[in-house]
Design a protein around this ligand. Structure first.
Ligand SMILES: [Zn+2]
Length: 59
């Protein structure tokens, strides 16, 4: 799937996942991605994703 086909929420989720893979401070279990992360930066990305996602599912 190319980036052009992603919705903003999907893109934000990918950025959150990328951060959690690269950040040693993150304790996110990618098998359970709906759990909020404990890292402040990841939490910020999680919130951004959640707001976008909620907007998209309400469409
Ligand atoms: Zn992090």
């Amino acid at each position: 799937m190319s980036a052009a086909t992603l919705t903003p929420a999907q893109k934000a989720f990918g950025e959150l996942a990328d951060h959690c893979i690269l950040c040693p401070g993150c304790k996110v279990d990618l098998g359970r991605p709906v759990d909020p992360p404990e890292c402040p930066e990841a939490m910020e990305r999680y919130r951004s994703w959640f707001l976008l996602w909620r907007r998209e599912v309400r469409r």
